[in-house]
Design a protein around this ligand. Structure first.
Ligand code: CTP
Ligand code: MG
Length: 248
């Protein structure tokens, strides 16, 4: 009993959520960028911010947006309008998602952050359970990403569009966000990425998530934990319809 009480009193490391909203949403094809489109009367970006605002595990939020105009819009129409008090900075992102993450990590004061949770604003259905699972695994292993086992058989095609390989389905995951890392680990990994960006691009490497940065640039294995099949990324117009149904 006593041990348990003492355990609970241990100070929790400072945990910062980086929320990415600097993309152009080109696959959605709307004039208004997808993170600002409404579902059930509120902007897509609102839902992830609200989840972190209400999470007992998140101390601070760093938001990345596309430009100065979006910064002003987000501050007034989203952060102030909905009372998202944990947003400490709104940072301008970069050309690729990984540039936006790097800008956010650089904007954070070194030494102040224990863990960083990185999340796509295009995923409105992040839950407290997911945050807790990912954070717990990151505290144990240094790096964790949420995902789900795939339901379909996955094939790797050759360049001509013929089936070349069929990986064991029980080992294939679709990866989502949040992804959580010890701050020093993810900062160093991104610094190495930026130093080697040109060579990696020449080798055909395309960085699409944060776990991949840790896999490629460090020797720390990333623990995969369960997200949810509802934790979809709003990418194309059908996803908006599905998201509307989930919210109802
Ligand atoms: N993102 C970002 N900075 C970029 C690119 C993407 O912050 N340079 C963010 C997006 O706003 C999104 C998340 O990363 O919340 C996941 O990216 P994705 O779903 O690919 O969004 P977009 O890049 O905006 O969409 P698309 O690829 O269709 O253009
Ligand atoms: Mg993109």
């Amino acid at each position: 009993m006593r041990e348990e009480a003492e355990k609970k009193e241990l100070p929790r490391p400072h945990t910062t959520a980086v929320v990415l909203a600097a993309g152009n949403g080109s696959r959605m094809g709307t004039t208004v960028r997808k993170q600002y489109l409404n579902i059930e009367g509120k902007p897509v970006l609102f839902y992830a911010l609200a989840a972190f605002e209400h999470s007992a595990l998140i101390d601070e939020i760093v938001l990345t947006v596309g430009d100065e105009a979006q910064r002003a819009y987000c501050q007034k129409e989203i952060v102030d309008a909905y009372g998202i008090s944990k947003v400490s900075r709104i940072v301008i992102g970069g050309k690729e998602r990984y540039h936006s993450v790097f800008h956010a990590l650089k904007a954070m004061q070194e030494g102040e952050h224990g863990y960083v949770l990185i999340h796509d604003s295009a995923r409105p259905f992040v839950t407290e359970e997911m945050i807790a699972r990912a954070l717990e695994a990151a505290e144990k292993y240094g790096a964790a990403a949420v995902g789900m086992p795939v339901k379909d058989t996955i094939k790797i095609a050759d360049e001509k569009g013929f089936a070349a390989q069929t990986p064991r389905r029980d080992l294939v995951w679709m990866i989502q966000t949040p992804q959580v890392f010890a701050y020093e680990l993810i900062l160093r990994a991104y610094e190495s990425l930026m130093r080697q960006e040109k060579e990696l691009l020449e080798q055909g490497v395309r960085i699409t998530d944060d776990a991949m940065v840790v896999e490629t640039l460090t020797d720390v294995p990333v623990k995969l934990v369960q997200g949810s099949y509802e934790n979809i990324k709003i990418t194309t117009p059908e996803d908006l319809k599905v998201a509307g149904l989930f919210l109802k």
